[in-house]
Design a protein around this ligand. Structure first.
Ligand code: PCA
Length: 322
């Protein structure tokens, strides 16, 4: 109610031509020191400066305003006007949100960017259907396997408590006989410390941010996929912005996307080195394990294509046909 009154007052000021300033809180799920959060904060500062302070964007990292799992709904319903969220965590709502998590379809930044350039307009449209205006997104580094023991073959994952962050990661647990447990990155260290989880798939970045060497011993580079964090605005809030403010937002978003990609690339080796320096064994998975994982990936790809219909097929066909 208070929020409605405030927004109403802002609209009145704008209509009267009086100087009006709005402050938008931007919930984010990952640690303040993570590159996604740094890029988001720079984006906020860019908008604040570009609009001469008329629209101030203040980021709230580490899930401090809304936990990761709540961010998308909070922005859809206007509890927050803008937010950042891991897209693939919402694959259950729309398979297209999981287009970046099809196992082994892409395994490098370059391949991933090609796929994303095809998929982005589809995802943008899907978000619009959820009352969200898509602004920009940034990939995480390639995903590898964290374990508290050596892993020679997929059978080694049977019965292991496996932290999941998306439908694809939960499916992976199911297919390998691991036991999935959904945990946000912000709670990952605690989940490992208390034994709620004892393995997971993620980037070197997240393992490094969460200091997982305190609990785990091995990281296997498998380059399964590169998931993305997306920044979106409540569509009604977006439609209420002036054309000038919209243009500033889009320009700052383009800068954020480009900076984010570069930072993600740079953070990849830095964090893998960091895991090593802190005592973890970091290596590529054996050929045998890779073959087994890829066979599992084929099952998951077929299942995704069956769910994602014509749009999903169009994206994958266009990517493969390039
Ligand atoms: N880090 C995020 C998602 C993918 C990644 O590399 C996480 O583990 O939550």
């Amino acid at each position: 109610m208070t929020m409605k009154i405030l927004l109403g007052a802002t609209a009145l000021c704008a209509a009267a031509g009086a100087a009006s300033a709005e402050k938008w809180d931007m919930p984010m799920a990952y640690a303040a020191s993570n590159f996604h959060s740094e890029v988001g904060t720079a984006f906020g500062a860019c908008v604040t400066e570009g609009t001469g302070g008329e629209l101030e964007i203040v980021t709230h990292p580490s899930g401090s305003l809304f936990g990761g799992a709540e961010i998308k709904r909070a922005v859809m319903t206007g509890q927050a006007n803008i937010g950042e969220r891991l897209l693939s965590a919402h694959e259950n709502e729309n398979p297209l949100y999981g287009v970046d998590s099809i196992p082994f379809l892409v395994s490098s930044f370059d391949e991933h960017e090609k796929l994303w350039s095809i998929a982005e307009p589809y995802v943008e449209k899907a978000l619009e259907g959820d009352n969200l205006h898509y602004l920009y997104s940034v990939p995480w580094p390639p995903q590898g396997l964290y374990m508290n023991k050596t892993l020679d073959d997929i059978e080694g994952m049977k019965g292991v408590k496996f932290r999941s962050y998306s439908a694809a990661t939960a499916k992976m647990a199911e297919l390998t006989g691991a036991l999935p447990v959904q945990v946000e990155a912000a709670e990952l260290s605690q989940a490992l410390a208390t034994g709620v989880a004892e393995s997971f798939i993620s980037s070197g970045a997240t393992g490094y941010d969460r200091k997982v060497w305190e609990h785990l011993s091995n990281f296997y580079e498998v380059d399964a996929w590169l998931p993305r964090n997306a920044v979106f605005v409540n569509l009604d809030a977006w439609n209420g912005l002036s054309d000038e403010a919209k243009a500033v937002m889009e320009e700052c978003a383009a800068t954020a996307a480009a900076d984010g990609l570069e930072k993600s690339k740079a953070y990849t080796q830095f964090t893998l080195d960091g895991l090593k320096e802190n005592g973890m064994t970091v290596e590529r998975a054996s050929d045998h394990l890779m073959d087994q994982l890829k066979a599992m990936g084929e099952t998951m790809t077929e299942e995704w294509l069956a769910k994602a219909g014509d749009d999903g097929k169009a994206i994958v066909d266009a990517y493969k046909g390039q």
